[in-house]
Design a protein around this ligand. Structure first.
Ligand SMILES: Cc1ncc(COP(=O)(O)O)c(C=O)c1O
Length: 399
């Protein structure tokens, strides 16, 4: 008998897109362009190859699940530098755990912190709507009850924390936030993060903040939840876990390298779970990861490439489709009336593959899907390719 919770997993957005476009052909003579998947396409830093080939003997050893001391130290130093944390506040034994990409960590956090019941009731797992789909899969497979919090234009594309009722908060075991947000690019400020942490502590749940787009930003670097802990009080990271990744920061999604950091009681539990079911990161890749966390030059270059593409979007898309330059991340979130219709049109008329926003969201209480009018466009290709793509997109949709 398969696990019945599997029936509660909806098809993943890219499978739904395949079904939508099944049998539809892109125009003859046009190379199709994938703007649907948020897979960074900038050249990965040369540092990776150098670090990986430095010591071939490392392939001959089982990697420690908790990561090498060197990698955890590189991560701790980066967090201290990036978020202005006091030196020594992070204990690399208790507060930091490298993971094989933030995706698995975002999934496993639910296995780590969602109990069978909370105060005698089904535990709730809160998440923004629309959202990165792993959150709901994680909630369901952990036996939790996913609760979708509207993150629409009206709420600044982040959940309205004041709108969550007390009864829900009391049965909440875990809340996911994403800043910069996928898909809308909204950024939570320090005040928002401190309020979210306050809720987590008052109502006894874990706040999981997905910060994997933190280095892809436009203006000031986005605030982080560990920084918000610092502002709040004694600098304990109680109830808070943050998730980071080298996939976006360093344009290295194939490296499968990220980390979870925060609450010194939870990180060791997470480690225990990973000892049984987590993928460990090969030692040469841990060495490459440490080198990447210690280097900011490639990160600034990477960010500048995205900024140039958002200049391009401002110029080509302009004020159409509700476009507003996102504060972070690398997606355009365009209000095109009906996302599925637009996705079909863009594919058949322009060879452009984009994701209908509905596939990233769930129906709200009124039965409306807040992503339905939108498409998500991943700005991952080089500048010239994106210029061509956006020009085609506007020509097809702006009728
Ligand atoms: C919001 C968000 N979180 C997490 C991830 C996972 O990234 P990775 O597993 O490559 O670290 C992604 C990847 O697309 C994402 O968009």
């Amino acid at each position: 008998m398969p696990n019945p919770n599997l029936d509660r997993l909806t098809d993943y957005p890219f499978d739904r897109l395949r079904t939508l476009l099944d049998g539809l052909q892109p125009p003859q003579g046009r190379a199709p362009l994938m703007l649907s998947i948020g897979e960074p396409k900038h050249a990965p830093p040369a540092l990776i190859a150098q670090a990986v080939s430095a010591d071939p003997s490392l392939w001959g050893r089982y990697p420690p699940i908790q990561g090498t001391d060197d990698l955890r130290q590189a991560i701790a130093d980066w967090l201290v530098m990036r978020y202005g944390l006091p030196k020594g506040r992070l204990d690399i034994g208790r507060n930091i755990l490298p993971v094989a990409g933030s995706r698995e960590a975002l999934f496993l956090v639910a296995q780590t912190v969602v109990p069978r019941r909370k105060h005698g009731r089904a535990p709730a797992v809160l998440m923004p709507n629309p959202f990165y789909q792993v959150y709901s899969g994680a909630a369901v497979m952990a036996g939790g009850d996913p609760v979708f919090l509207p993150a629409t234009r009206d709420s600044g594309y982040l959940p309205d924390l004041d709108a969550i009722d007390r009864t829900t908060l009391d049965r909440t075991a875990l809340m996911y936030l994403c800043s910069p947000a996928n898909p809308q690019g909204a950024v939570a400020d320090l005040d928002y993060l401190t309020r979210a942490i306050g809720l987590a502590r008052r109502h006894g749940f874990v706040l999981a903040v997905d910060e994997c787009y933190s280095e892809i930003h436009d203006g000031q670097p986005p605030a982080g939840a560990l920084q918000a802990c610092q502002v709040l009080d004694d600098g304990s990271f109680a109830n808070v876990l943050v998730f980071h990744s080298l996939s976006k920061r360093s344009s290295a999604p194939g490296l499968r390298s990220g980390f979870v950091a925060g609450d010194g009681a939870l990180v060791p539990l997470f480690r225990r779970l990973r000892t049984y079911g987590g993928a460990s990161l090969p030692l040469p890749l841990q060495a490459a990861s440490a080198a990447l966390w210690r280097d900011e030059t490639h990160v600034a270059e990477n960010r500048a490439l995205y900024q140039a593409k958002f200049d391009l979007a401002d110029r080509i898309v302009g004020g159409r489709f509700g476009h507003a330059r996102p504060a972070g991340g690398f997606f355009l979130w365009l209000d095109v009336g009906d996302g599925e219709t637009a996705a079909r049109d863009l594919w058949t008329r322009g060879g452009l593959r984009v994701l209908p926003g509905a596939y990233l969201a769930r129906d709200d209480q009124s039965g409306a899907n807040p992503g339905q009018p939108y498409i998500r466009v991943a700005m991952v290709h080089d500048l010239a390719t994106m210029e061509d793509a956006l020009t085609r997109l506007v020509a097809i949709l702006d009728r």
